[in-house]
Ligand binder design. Structure first.
Ligand SMILES: Cc1cc2nc3c(=O)[nH]c(=O)nc-3n(C[C@H](O)[C@H](O)[C@H](O)COP(=O)(O)OP(=O)(O)OC[C@H]3O[C@@H](n4cnc5c(N)ncnc54)[C@H](O)[C@@H]3O)c2cc1C
Length: 412
């Protein structure tokens, strides 16, 4: 029987430990927090968007980075497999808009509870309040772990599931990166992914709290369009956030200073049709002030900003708006441009990019190519995806692959 130690009791660690235990390994899951799945409790605003009920091809399209590496793990343990597992453990699920899957109870704690019950049933041992300080190896083979405090535990296999570096209070403090680097593995630098954006312009702050729906957002780098999508976004005191912005941020290059976001408030209308509509509104009420008709076209506060960006007073009478100014207003409604100053601090990102390079790992087993018996899973690996349940599924699928393979280390 292989002795498997799993470091980190988040989504990846729980699946890794469960999978290894189901393969009859002697499993010990070590978690430095006082409970398992601390980050999981925060997911989906406490509702936990646990996976996405999509096909493999659809899944891969939501992974902008290192998707090919994940192909084998997601094929072997798909979103539908994860849904079955959770329902079998007593956590009924529901599929919502965009095929997003949530517990029927809409409580993230129910996902953790179900996985914990499954771990107990499968015979995996769990030690909380236990921090791993280093991974022990000999002759490029894992031999165990050393705990903070000095105690050493031996193992045939160690699965590192320490997460990334965002929301560090949940325990994700980059320990996996440190372990990998100290063993000579290549570690890609961490960066925020799924992050809100700080803009050079200050006018978004005037619109703080305003959320836009059915808006088209285009991200450009120089002249190149690198992302375009329609959906929801939000203005904040520092710039912009919301689902569209978070998703766009995954596509940003490292140097963001040449990148722009362009907001089209009327993606369904051609410029000509929009201009005709504006012209109709203006000529129907020539004696009204321009500012008073803007709310019929865009949210009121945004209307004020648009007029100010066009350099036209809200008090101007509709009948006095020149054709040039009218065309400028229509153009502004379809191309409100924001220059990206920076991403919000990495600690606030929903996920982080970077971590153990995929080149270091076998994509079927998640085992290190250099150190036998050493596995990685979840956000510890340099993979990340869009919002929609894909990131948790990556943690589950890679955890599953690592757990099953680690259980067989004695045989190999
Ligand atoms: C606010 C928020 C909302 C999110 N919502 C969603 C969502 O709805 N759907 C979705 O798919 N994704 C969501 N995500 C992303 C998702 O939570 C992560 O991708 C996922 O948790 C990664 O799982 P993991 O197990 O790899 O890492 P983590 O969940 O970070 O778990 C790592 C664990 O390892 C432990 N650990 C670290 N170092 C050590 C050590 N040295 N010794 C012992 N233990 C250690 C940590 O304490 C932690 O418990 C969200 C993220 C955030 C921050």
């Amino acid at each position: 029987m292989s002795k498997v130690i799993v470091v980190g009791g988040g989504a990846a660690g729980m699946l890794a430990a469960l999978s290894a235990a189901q393969e009859k390994a002697d499993v010990l899951l070590l978690e430095k927090n006082e409970k398992l799945g601390k980050k999981l409790y925060l997911t989906g605003k406490g509702r936990c968007n646990v996976t996405n009920h999509c096909t493999l091809d659809e899944f891969m399209q939501e992974v902008p980075h290192n998707a090919r590496f994940l192909y084998s793990a997601i094929t072997a343990f798909s979103p539908q497999d994860m849904m079955r597992l959770l329902e079998d453990c007593g956590c009924p699920l529901q599929v919502q808009r965009g095929r997003r899957v949530f517990p029927v109870s809409e409580k993230a704690s129910d996902v953790t509870r179900a996985l914990q019950a499954a771990l107990t049933q499968a015979g995996a041992a769990v030690r909380i309040n236990t921090e791993v300080e280093s991974i022990l190896t000999q002759d490029e083979q894992v031999t165990g772990v050393r705990l903070r405090g000095g105690e050493s535990l031996s193992a045939d296999a160690v699965i590192v599931c320490c997460g990334g570096t965002s929301y560090p209070k949940t325990g994700s403090t980059g320990d996996g990166d440190r372990f990998a680097a100290s063993l000579g593995l290549r570690v890609e630098p961490r960066r925020a992914s799924l992050s809100a954006v700080i803009t050079e312009e200050s006018w978004p702050a005037e619109l703080q709290g305003l959320s836009l729906r059915n808006t088209e957002l285009t991200l450009t780098h120089g002249k190149k369009c690198i992302y375009q999508q329609t959906g929801e976004m939000l203005f904040t005191h520092f710039g912009v956030s919301g689902p569209l912005v978070l998703e766009a941020s995954c596509h940003l290059p490292e140097e963001v200073s040449e990148c722009e976001l362009t907001i089209n408030l009327k993606p369904g209308l051609s410029r000509e049709i929009l201009d005709q509509r504006l012209q109709r509104e203006l000529s129907a009420t020539p004696r009204r002030q321009l500012g008073s008709i803007m709310p019929s076209l865009v949210p009121a506060r945004l209307g004020e900003v648009i007029l100010s960006l066009c350099g036209i007073a809200a008090e101007t009478l509709c009948g006095q708006v020149t054709r040039k100014k009218r065309e400028e207003i229509a153009a502004m409604m379809q191309s409100l441009t924001l220059h990206i100053a920076a991403l919000r601090p990495i600690e606030e990102a929903i996920v982080t990019r970077g971590g153990v390079s995929v080149k270091e790992l076998n994509p079927t087993t998640m085992e290190s190519k250099k150190i036998a018996g050493l596995f990685f899973a979840g956000e510890a690996i340099d993979v990340d995806a869009h919002t929609g349940g894909y990131n948790l599924q990556i943690a589950f699928s890679t955890g599953r692959a690592a757990g099953r393979a680690a259980a067989k280390t004695r045989e190999s």
